[in-house]
Design a binder for this molecule. Structure first.
Ligand code: PAF
Length: 281
């Protein structure tokens, strides 16, 4: 595995590979790698060169405390990636943002609901860093996890609207055997916290079942929010049904591809998850 922290050097190497006709797959991450990331890397093996980036992007954190507490374990991540990817890109903040960026990416109404509502400025930061990583690496394909469903849909929109020459692939959520969605933030949970956090997915599964049994969205929301309130140590921030354009749904449209999305705190750790109503898992 080649490791670069310098923009010019990684570009030099990748340009050489591109000239030889190799395709490039990019897996952007913020580190604290787990099996969820591994599934993105496995998908990226469809390309000749797999590039993983690790960069805890300060621009996408709206709370200084959250940025400070974000798990960082570079030595462990390098060990995890050894023999699993071809190139690791670990730029410093100074390498990525020599000056504080003045350009911002506004996703309009799609970026101001759910995550955007509760984390003001978050998607601007995601948009800027993903656009920058795509411009630096110039991958044929970039891979993102569907646990961050809104992020995936907004990135796909950005790439389409700005005619960025890259394919965007969304990879399914990887769950622990308990159903808990894998996330870098899970390392901050105690064993007891992990048990509480498994209730998040249970609520999503219950919601899907209620809708199957013809419950309306408002009935389902009130039952599931009641269930979540009954779980000691779980504090829900939002629980919403959205379609593939990230429009919040108030009625079930059986033709639409609807997902139910949730954000909740357990032991001060913010966790998100979602489930498509049509999915079987
Ligand atoms: O999903 C993430 O880990 C981050 O938001 C991303 C896409 C790497 C941008 O910093």
């Amino acid at each position: 595995m080649r490791i670069y922290d310098n923009l010019t050097e990684i570009q030099g190497y990748l340009n050489q590979r591109k000239r030889s006709g190799d395709s490039i797959g990019l897996v952007p991450t913020m580190g604290a790698l787990h099996e969820g990331h591994m599934s993105l890397i496995n998908a990226a093996r469809a390309c000749d060169v797999v590039v993983v980036s690790i960069f805890v992007n300060p621009l996408q954190f709206n709370m200084a405390e959250d940025l400070k507490k974000y798990p960082r374990q570079l030595a462990k991540d390098k060990e995890f990636l050894k023999d699993r990817c071809d190139v690791l890109f670990v730029p410093t903040v100074n390498e990525m943002y020599k000056d504080a960026p003045k350009v911002s990416i506004d996703f309009g109404s799609l970026g101001s609901i759910l995550e955007g509502e509760f984390r003001p400025g978050h998607f601007n930061g995601v948009g800027v860093v993903v656009a920058k990583l795509i411009n630096i690496i110039q991958p044929d394909t970039a891979y993102f996890g569907l646990k961050d469903l809104q992020q995936f849909l907004l990135i796909r929109q950005m790439v389409t609207e700005l005619s960025m020459p890259v394919n965007i692939v969304g990879c399914p959520i990887i769950r622990e055997s308990t159903g808990l969605a894998m996330s870098s933030r899970n390392v901050r949970l105690s064993d007891a916290g992990r048990v509480i956090a498994t209730e998040i997915f249970k609520g999503l599964q219950m919601a899907r079942q209620l809708v199957k049994n013809n419950c309306t969205i408002s009935e389902t929301k009130s039952q599931i929010l009641g269930f979540y309130r009954s779980v000691k140590g779980l504090e829900v921030e939002y629980f919403e049904f959205v379609d593939d354009s990230m429009i919040i749904q108030s009625k079930i449209d059986h033709q639409a591809n609807i997902a139910v999305c949730v954000a909740a705190y357990v032991e001060g750790v913010r966790l998100i998850d979602n489930l498509y109503l049509r999915s079987e898992n």
